[in-house]
Design a protein around this ligand. Structure first.
Ligand SMILES: [Zn+2]
Ligand SMILES: [Zn+2]
Length: 480
């Protein structure tokens, strides 16, 4: 019979991989470690205490926030915000955002007008990107969240919740409502000088959607949803109770990148080996992200190359009564500054010029640190903190892309006034997307690995070598 695990084993396996789903329960090569979590940015395995509402768990080595228990109800809290956001989103789809009036001629735009106008001007790739980030993804994310919360509210969590939650975490960053709101704000301030701009109800719905989605994120605790799906009583699955005991050597342990469940193997685990499917979420288990250094480096080099035309070429052309010329990103910033909109000028300067450079520079620094293989604890801690910043700020560079799509859709008055997108915006969007991928593909734990951390468990000496001969004495399968 054709099964899902056979399909992706065929794609991914490197030989000898073990899987819980293959029913090789007589000799499970991995055991679930209870009471231990791995810090996902420095790779330290550590005992976790029972967290109560309001508690925050920070990594003992790098200070990264590993878990945060919400004070609100696990299901009810996020569900209220999610359903409100969904209602706002549905009304928003059919509501106008703004109307531009030039000498009595009017043009009204909705959320879909930007992507449609981009496609009409021949920039299909930008149309798809804008439609994905501002229209499709918010809808998909909200529907996923509703289904996840519904599934988790039932006594026995249905199987389909697992892939949905794993995918939700991957797709969430691509819903960029808040970035779109800033793009709309910049477009609005550019237009008020030109003509009469009337804000329509859609703008307030968009603001409401942004607030509701932010509230939903802060109330949602994915960790608690995973805990609904207990694996402790699964027959044939060995457990290693870590409470009150020394941890096994770090080289023997790995954690699931999607749900965070920690496992221990009999011997050292290769960093990139496919270790089968996670029994809790079904995702492929690997100790480290695969080819993280090479993949991140490729995307960074490509982003760096595209950054040059993105800044040299014009990104849009604003033509007013037959006059006007194409403008680049930096000239757009200067225009905002000259118009006295200092805050917006600085915001666009930071988001469009500084952020891409900062991301390329910082990721290159991390890759350099990994290649050198030597760094102080303080430097590693600082770089790990910066990695979190790089991941967070990445999407904000989309402000300019959104602004151009909105301007092009709303300013369509032929000879009198029109905005057209120019080739530079394609390169700029490429830079944004490539740097987001580069940050996502890079595995910051490798910096710590290269500097000699992550070799042994807490309480072991850091001499090295011994871990390869360490045998776990209680690795025999438990009687089911
Ligand atoms: Zn850490
Ligand atoms: Zn998992």
């Amino acid at each position: 019979m054709f099964r899902k695990d056979h399909f992706h084993k065929g794609l991914w396996s490197q030989g000898g991989a073990c899987s819980f789903l293959r029913h090789d329960v007589d000799q499970p090569a991995l055991k679930v470690v209870a009471g231990v979590d791995e810090c996902d940015v420095c790779g330290l395995f550590q005992h976790v205490p029972h967290l109560r509402p309001g508690h925050v768990l920070s990594c003992a080595r790098c200070g990264n926030t590993m878990a945060r228990r919400r004070r609100t109800s696990e299901i009810g809290g996020p569900l209220v915000f999610c359903l409100s956001a969904l209602a706002l989103y549905i009304v928003l789809l059919v509501s106008p955002l703004m109307t531009l009036n030039i000498y009595g001629r009017e043009n009204m735009v909705t959320l879909m007008s930007g992507p449609l106008e981009m496609a009409r001007q021949g920039y299909g790739s930008i149309a798809i990107l804008v439609a994905l980030a501002s229209v499709l993804m918010p809808g998909i994310v909200l529907v996923c969240m509703t289904l996840i919360l519904y599934g988790a509210s039932r006594d026995e969590m249905p199987r389909w919740v697992r892939p949905l939650l794993a995918w939700y975490e991957k797709l969430r960053p691509w819903s960029m409502v808040e970035v779109y709101v800033i793009g709309l704000l910049v477009a609005y301030t550019k237009l008020v000088d030109l003509a009469l701009v009337i804000l329509q109800p859609g703008v307030y719905l968009l603001g409401g959607l942004m607030v509701m989605m932010a509230a939903m994120d802060s109330a949602f605790d994915a960790d608690m949803i995973w805990r609904h799906r207990s694996v402790t009583r699964r027959p044939g699955l060995g457990m290693y109770m870590a409470e009150g005991r020394a941890l096994p050597p770090e080289k023997h342990m790995l954690s699931c990148h999607a749900c965070g469940l920690v496992f221990v193997a009999r011997g050292p685990v290769d960093d990139e080996r496919d270790m089968g499917d996670c029994p809790r979420c079904g995702q492929i288990l690997r100790r480290r992200k695969r080819n993280s250094l090479q993949a991140a480096m490729c995307f960074l080099v490509a982003a760096f190359i595209f950054y040059i035309p993105a800044n040299m070429l014009p990104v849009m052309a604003f033509v007013k009564v037959g006059h006007g010329h194409p403008s680049t990103i930096i000239s757009g910033v200067i225009q905002l500054w000259e118009a006295g909109l200092y805050f917006l000028a600085l915001l666009v300067l930071f988001a469009s010029i500084t952020v891409p450079v900062l991301k390329v520079f910082l990721l290159a620094l991390m890759i350099g640190c990994e290649c050198r293989g030597r760094a102080s604890h303080k430097a590693l801690k600082r770089l790990t903190g910066l990695y979190k910043v790089v991941v967070f700020i990445g999407r904000w560079s989309m402000i300019d892309v959104f602004m151009i799509s909105i301007l092009a859709a709303v300013v369509r008055f032929g000879f009198m006034a029109s905005v057209t997108a120019e080739l530079g915006v394609v390169f700029f969007a490429l830079v944004v997307v490539l740097t987001i991928f580069a940050a996502d593909l890079y595995d910051p734990r490798r910096m710590w690995d290269a500097a000699g951390y992550n070799r042994q468990g807490l309480g072991h000496s850091r001499q090295g070598g011994e871990e390869d001969v360490t045998e776990l004495r209680d690795m025999e399968p438990e009687k089911a």
